[in-house]
Design a protein around this ligand. Structure first.
Ligand code: CP
Length: 298
């Protein structure tokens, strides 16, 4: 599917009105047309990435992007780095484990330090919900949220949408892991996995984020697998051509079996990674347009 599935009837507003935000903190703040705008821009990078031509686009030449990661990451960190480099930017990675954060420097002091280095965009992953907004309020350049705890991971949501777009969303989870605000999310909730995935077109598994589970959310990984794990047999409940997604990293044998994750006919997990580069290229391009003085982006 393509992003045209959710394009609103009207065309995008002109110039910077198509995407008014200085930062990308969360999907919740975006209008449907802003989401479509980013996805349409990303689609163009998908084609260019596949053809190899994107290596020659240097629209971000002379700009410095800092990836400040206070939590571990493979996909998000590397794809932001690749995205920035494919657009000609200088990309610098700051891993908290090797930084002065380890000496006790506060988040705000770290943010002010990055700001003083005149970064043109800062990409941040942090384990605390709201930490990215806190930094965005303090710095002069666009800030992109690369995942802030239990809050949002907007580029993951965008790349998932670029890989597939659906109209009806169901959430299947044990009650202990169902968000309290689920009633306001326009989704149907299930606690029974077999029931929840029946006749689905897309089954997206999510990682059990053990690092954020500070209580007894689940009896055991074994029991979670028995009740919610995506096995070949369970996948038979979905449509015969249903695709399987997972943002990674996977807990193989817990939320998803290897035989499902590695099934080339069903799994789109590596395609999600590919879409991640395109989405992040689009986000970096769009959010630096004001700085670059692109016409119409004041
Ligand atoms: N999906 C995701 O955010 O993966 P990383 O933690 O590897 O970035």
């Amino acid at each position: 599917m393509t992003s045209s599935n959710i394009r609103p009837a009207s065309d995008y507003p002109p110039g910077g009105d198509a995407f008014r935000h200085r930062h990308l903190i969360g999907i919740a703040q975006l209008t449907p047309w802003e989401i479509s705008y980013v996805l349409d821009a990303a689609e163009e990078w998908v084609d260019l990435n596949r053809s190899g031509a994107a290596k020659h686009d240097d629209r971000l030449a002379g700009l410095t992007i800092i990836n400040a990661f206070f939590e571990n990451s493979t996909r998000t960190l590397l794809s932001f780095e690749i995205a920035g480099k494919r657009l000609g930017a200088d990309v610098v990675n700051m891993h908290a484990a090797q930084s002065s954060v380890k000496k006790g420097e506060t988040l705000i002091d770290t943010a002010m330090t990055l700001n003083a280095m005149r970064a043109d965009a800062i990409v941040i992953r942090h384990g605390s919900s709201g930490a990215v907004q806190l930094i965005a309020d303090k710095v002069d350049c666009p800030v992109l949220n690369a995942g802030d705890g239990r809050h949002e991971h907007p580029t993951q949501a965008l790349l998932d949408a670029l890989t597939m777009l659906g109209n009806e969303v169901r959430i299947v989870a044990p009650p202990t892991l169902t968000p309290p605000a689920i009633d306001r999310m326009h989704v149907t909730t299930f606690t029974d996995m077999d029931e929840g995935i029946r006749d689905a077109d897309v089954v997206m598994m999510l990682r059990l984020q053990n690092e954020r589970m500070d209580g007894a959310y689940l009896p055991s990984a074994r029991e979670y697998h028995a009740l919610y794990g995506l096995t070949p047999k369970r996948l038979e409940k979905a449509k015969p051509d249903a695709i399987v997604m997972h943002p990674g990293p996977m807990n193989r044998g817990v939320e998803i079996d290897s035989s499902v994750a590695d099934d080339p006919l069903r799994s789109t997990i590596t395609e999600q990674v590919e879409m991640g580069v395109a989405v992040r290229m689009a986000c970096l391009d769009i959010l630096t347009r004001r700085k670059r003085g692109v016409a119409g982006w004041n």
